[in-house]
Design a protein around this ligand. Structure first.
Ligand SMILES: Cc1ncc(COP(=O)(O)O)c(C=O)c1O
Length: 392
């Protein structure tokens, strides 16, 4: 059980807003603020390099904490400035050739798909979205049928940006393992919200962000790469952190996942992310998931009861992200109105998941995303405000 009152006491933002934009960026807890601000102050007092040396243990805790969070080992973890950059560093490491295929999801994230198109154009790779099943999630049956020797990567978004759907990541992993195909999971919106274990899921690469459900600082993310894949992936950009310059004409890549990092890093933010992960681990991902899923479902039912409101979430398993439309009220307009009442939501445009949006003829969606520190009263405030805006 989550002690919601304690969670709120430890979250300064709860006094100011009803924050239902946790899939955008969560309110950080006080320990995360302390870690970030404390390190910046140390940099100002001692000097940037000197502060790094003095605070190295807390900063490097990031690797152990992230590994514990996803069931990996510390050498399989790389720090990055975002989930997208983490994902890109891994994706662009795969040596695709003409005729290769990438299997992905219909509700795939915009930035991932832009990268697919680029690689398709450059290398002659075919990108195939696996059809969805009757729940709107990746059809594992269709995936199985599409697997053959041409498929060089299965790349799936766990929780899409535009809805509550949780794709069947472990079932997909079982197919990938059986076929011996590398599996890249975009876990940007699931890590911190639900238990994510790379062994249970069977993914070989995973990308995540700090600011969403982990409640870390903006400008942070991480990458997991399975140790058995590490020496087969040469990152697209290298620097003196990723490799050693051993001869005038030769470099040697680091053996661990740090080969995907860059030398210069926001150490205050990295210390903040380490603290955020430890903070999440202390609450426990099972209790967090239980509460987030229950709040999400509660909100879906309440919003669905309002005349003129249509809930748009797909999936057999649905998470804390709730998307909806209100007849006659444009999503950005509703977002503005709610903001005036100090309720934070966001609007999700069709371009964020173009294939899914076109297939379902979706307009801009209102996206309300709950976290464990949200309360029933906060959901009630949203439901009332949406009810006032709805035509019925
Ligand atoms: C599914 C998914 N993947 C990746 C990202 C990108 O994360 P970041 O902004 O940390 O690069 C997002 C952000 O909304 C997302 O929803």
């Amino acid at each position: 059980m989550i002690d919601v009152q304690r969670a709120r006491r430890e979250t300064p933002g709860c006094e100011h807003v009803t924050h239902l934009n946790n899939a955008g960026s969560s309110l950080p807890p006080q320990p995360v603020l302390d870690a970030v601000i404390g390190h910046l102050q140390l940099e100002a007092r001692a000097g940037g390099y000197e502060a790094h040396e003095q605070n190295e243990t807390a900063i490097d805790r990031f690797y152990g904490a992230a590994a514990e969070l996803v069931g990996a080992s510390a050498g399989e973890i790389a720090f990055s400035s975002s989930a997208t950059r983490a994902w890109d560093m891994a994706f662009y490491s795969f040596p695709f050739e003409r005729g290769d295929r990438i299997l992905t999801a219909v509700a795939e994230y915009i930035s991932n798909f832009i990268a697919y198109i680029q690689v398709a154009e450059r290398a002659g790779v075919e990108v195939i979205p696996v059809p969805s099943d009757e729940y709107g999630q990746v059809s594992v049956e269709s995936l199985r049928r599409l697997v053959d020797e041409r498929v060089k990567l299965i790349a799936i978004t766990h929780v899409p940006t535009n809805g509550g759907l949780v794709n069947p990541a472990a079932e997909i992993g079982a197919v990938a393992r059986e076929a011996g195909i590398p599996y890249l999971l975009d876990a940007c919106q699931s890590v911190g919200q639900l238990p994510v274990d790379v062994e249970e899921i069977g993914c070989d690469v995973l990308s995540a962000t700090g600011r969403k459900y982990l409640r870390g600082p903006r400008g942070t993310g991480f990458l997991y790469v399975r140790s058995s894949l590490l020496d087969r992936l040469e990152p697209p950009f290298l620097d003196m952190r990723a490799a050693d310059w051993v001869e005038p004409d030769r470099y040697e890549l680091r053996p661990d996942a740090i080969r995907f990092e860059e030398w210069e890093q926001a150490y205050a933010a990295k210390a903040g992310l380490a603290t955020a992960i430890d903070y999440a681990l202390a609450w426990g991902l099972d209790p967090i998931w239980k509460r987030v899923a229950a709040l999400g479902e509660n909100l879906r039912v309440r919003l669905g009861d309002i005349d003129g409101v249509t809930v748009r979430d797909l999936g057999e398993v649905r998470c804390g992200i709730v998307t909806f439309t209100v007849d006659g009220v444009e999503a950005n307009e509703l977002k503005k109105r709610l903001s005036r009442e100090r309720i934070n939501v966001t609007a999700s445009p069709p371009s964020s998941t173009l294939l899914d949006s076109r297939a379902r003829a979706l307009p801009d969606l209102v996206r309300a995303s709950v976290h464990y520190y949200n309360t029933g009263e906060e959901l009630e405030r949203l439901v009332e405000a949406v009810g006032n805006a709805a035509p019925g």
